[in-house]
Design a protein around this ligand. Structure first.
Ligand SMILES: [Zn+2]
Length: 327
């Protein structure tokens, strides 16, 4: 890997004094080396789609491009585009949506890939095996390269917490990013689980990527009647019956359920558009509370400081797909 030294004076954080004080310098932005393709069915819609991940220029962020609409529609993975967060996170723009984005976004954020154009020819990201393992493998297959620009980050300086009954989520200042999650269900086959994840690309692949989404057998008929989980099966979700897990192979990790919640949370936090440095804790939360935390952070700029410069005069949509019209 070629070393770049020209950016060292660009920010105070990369000054030698800052490094001596133990402040972690900003890392460079990262994108894919090549484009990669995957196909699969949506969990809720059961629609088969083709997904292509392309490298993208610095400061693009993660951008979805629905290629099956006329005109093609670009949707930034950003809090402002969130249309729903009931059982999955849905992004939309101008009436066009992409749903169940959280496992793909979790894989990209978890592996610290900042700039990607996601081409998709349908309304829902494939569920694959219910985890982010295939997306992590796909990203590995594409390869990751560093870009010239440094990646800005949001450092939390004041705590924020949100509560809804016995469910809550919070963030507080910390030197390095981490996520701690706890779950407890009123269900005979699931004991409470808690897991702490120290963010980083390698730990993500090892500890979080393979944790599958899950549901309870007692909810399946109700969800299907509401039009959800139409593509759900034991191939793409853990299903828990009154006496335990129905999937033949059992759990992949002792705390697979809570590890999956961490994957969901990482994917939802990616909607900040900038990596977060802080300690996030959540208990019995879900997409709704994850998204509310993202919105609270964006609405309370006094709770964090931005480290690293924003791109000036960068128009991410330019250069991403010159032929696409924007809805
Ligand atoms: Zn999930």
């Amino acid at each position: 890997m070629r070393k770049h030294h020209t950016f060292i004076t660009e920010t105070q954080l990369t000054s030698s004094a800052a490094i001596e004080e133990g402040i972690v310098p900003l890392r460079r932005q990262r994108t894919l080396i090549s484009s990669v393709v995957c196909e699969g069915d949506g969990l809720h819609t059961a629609r088969r789609v083709r997904l292509v991940l392309h490298p993208a220029p610095p400061f693009s962020g993660i951008v979805f491009l629905r290629t099956d609409t006329a005109p093609a529609c670009m949707i930034q993975a950003a809090a402002a585009q969130v249309m729903g967060g009931y059982l999955a996170t849905t992004l939309g723009r101008g009436g066009v949506t992409v749903s169940t984005v959280e496992h793909l976004l979790g894989a990209l954020a978890g592996m610290e890939v900042d700039n990607v154009l996601v081409e998709i020819d349908g309304p829902e990201v494939p569920i694959r095996d219910g985890s982010a393992a295939d997306f992590a493998a796909l990203i590995g297959q594409a390869g990751i390269r560093e870009q010239e620009a440094l990646q800005p980050r949001m450092r939390v300086v004041h705590p924020i917490s949100l509560r809804e009954g016995d469910r809550w989520i919070a963030v507080r200042p910390a030197e390095v990013p981490s996520v701690t999650y706890a779950i407890a269900f009123d269900h005979p086959a699931v004991t409470p689980q808690r897991y702490r994840f120290h963010c980083g690309a390698e730990p993500f692949v090892r500890e979080i990527a393979a944790a599958r989404t899950f549901g309870f057998l007692r909810d399946v008929d109700r969800l299907r009647a509401q039009g959800y989980a139409l593509g759900g099966s034991l191939e793409n979700a853990i299903v828990i019956g009154e006496r335990g897990i129905l999937n033949a192979g059992g759990y992949r990790f002792p705390e697979e359920l809570v590890r999956h919640k961490i994957l969901d949370l990482l994917g939802d936090l990616a909607l900040l558009g900038t990596p977060l440095v802080g300690e996030v804790t959540a208990s019995r939360a879900g997409h709704d509370l994850h998204i509310r935390l993202v919105q609270a952070l964006l609405q309370q700029p006094e709770a964090w400081v931005r480290e690293g410069a924003a791109a000036s005069a960068v128009q991410p949509e330019r250069g991403l797909s010159p032929t696409a019209a924007f809805c």
